[in-house]
Design a protein. Structure first.
Ligand SMILES: Nc1ncnc2c1ncn2[C@@H]1O[C@H](COP(=O)(O)OP(=O)(O)O)[C@@H](O)[C@H]1O
Ligand SMILES: O=c1ccn([C@@H]2O[C@H](COP(=O)(O)OP(=O)(O)O)[C@@H](O)[C@H]2O)c(=O)[nH]1
Ligand SMILES: [Mg+2]
Length: 222
């Protein structure tokens, strides 16, 4: 049914679609606030292989956040056999970015389903359009943006050794993803930096050391 909504939404003027989605998202999220607390969001950004997923698991374990990986949600959508699955699969294999409406709908549903008041959103927003549409539809500003800063050589090495059977962890797609990161995702980080919202972490270090720095940030926040 939701897939049908996306299909019919294509026939409507974009501002109208956004207005409708925004109203529904607000109602849904407000109705699902945990114990009347405002929903808090942290964006976890960084290049492919910078260690976002690894550190998000640590954050969940120590600080009680719900981890939403945009990439995982998209892969689950492919595996569910949804009508958008084939299109999402092709985009991921090409290392490109899936249209905002699709990713945001999945995030919105996961936030509602999560029923928590604290979410770390991993690997989103990946471009300026993602950021702007999320702001207008979900209407929640992140508390801050955690940025895992890592060299390209190290990211490439880690992705080639990840061994999770992912269709995009091959050298050809990895190179495309690194290019997309520099061209489309870094400007999002720069935008938040200009607003003083970025907490940058040296992610080239071993994972336990990176988590020490992450811990310091989250401990101060609590
Ligand atoms: N600090 C680190 N040093 C070395 N390897 C790491 C580090 N952090 C994560 N890895 C490994 O690198 C690969 C990519 O990590 P992952 O957390 O999936 O990154 P991302 O979600 O940013 O793509 C995984 O195989 C992971 O075990
Ligand atoms: O908001 C998002 C997040 C992910 N992706 C796609 O999903 C892939 C894998 O994303 P994920 O975050 O899982 O990769 P990671 O950076 O963790 O290696 C990306 O390359 C994109 O093709 C996307 O289009 N929009
Ligand atoms: Mg990841």
């Amino acid at each position: 049914m939701r897939g049908g909504l996306v299909a019919s939404a294509r026939l409507l003027p974009r501002p109208l679609v956004r207005w409708f989605l925004q109203r529904r998202a607000q109602q849904d999220i407000n109705e699902n606030m945990s114990g009347g607390k405002k929903v808090k969001i942290i964006f976890v950004l960084g290049g492919p292989g910078s260690g976002k997923g690894t550190q998000c698991s640590n954050i969940v374990e120590h600080f009680g956040f719900i981890h939403l990986s945009a990439g995982e949600l998209l892969r689950a959508e492919i595996n569910s056999g949804s009508e958008n699955g084939t299109m999402i699969d092709t985009i991921i294999k090409e290392g490109k970015i899936v249209p905002s409406e699709i990713t945001i709908k999945l995030l919105q549903e996961a936030i509602i389903k999560g029923g928590n008041d604290k979410y770390i959103i991993d690997g989103f927003p990946r471009n300026e359009e993602n950021r702007v549409v999320f702001e207008s539809v979900i209407n929640i500003s992140p508390e801050f943006v955690l940025f895992f800063d890592c060299s390209e050589e190290e990211m490439e090495r880690r992705l080639l050794g990840r061994n999770q059977g992912r269709s995009d962890d091959n050298i050809e797609t990895i190179r495309k993803r690194l290019k997309v990161f520099v061209e489309s995702s870094l400007p999002v980080i720069e935008y938040y930096e200009s607003k003083g919202m970025v907490k940058k972490i040296d992610a080239t270090k071993p994972a336990p050391e990176v988590f020490e720095d992450v811990k310091a940030i989250f401990t101060h926040m609590a």
